[in-house]
Write a protein that binds this ligand. Structure first.
Ligand code: TYC
Length: 117
């Protein structure tokens, strides 16, 4: 916990302060919030998954507009790997599981993975 201390102004009796000239102290505690570790969710290229299916995955699970989804899909197609988004551990893990299950249901070998940023 960090304790923030602010001195309340007190100019004495003529400046609106109290007769005794006591200085007010305001303290406020602030619980330390740690930034969560972040994880990149990645799509891997393969020779069989249809391009349109990958675009659909990016729209459906990563909320990408069609143009951006197409750009990411083509990046993966040409470079072998590409990033879908950055999330906290649990969200990233859920996305990977959802994409892998969706690809499996449709008989595509699409691979999705995550790595610490
Ligand atoms: N290489 C695939 C094809 O030519 C398309 C593809 C793109 C597959 C991205 C997977 O993550 C991927 N049909």
């Amino acid at each position: 916990m960090t304790k923030l201390i602010a001195m309340a102004g007190n100019g004495g009796p003529d400046r609106g302060g109290d007769e005794e000239g006591r200085t007010g102290i305001v303290t406020k505690t602030r619980p330390k919030t740690k930034r969560p570790h972040l994880y990149k969710v990645l799509l891997l290229n393969d020779d069989y998954t249809p391009m349109e299916f990958v675009v659909h995955v990016l729209e459906r699970f990563f909320n990408k507009p069609r143009e951006e989804a197409t750009r990411i899909m083509l990046h993966v197609h040409h470079k072998g790997v590409g990033m879908c988004g950055v999330y906290t551990y649990e969200v990233a893990e859920t996305k990977v599981t959802q994409v892998m299950e969706f690809a499996r249901q449709h008989g595509h070998p699409l691979q999705c993975t995550m790595e610490k940023e």
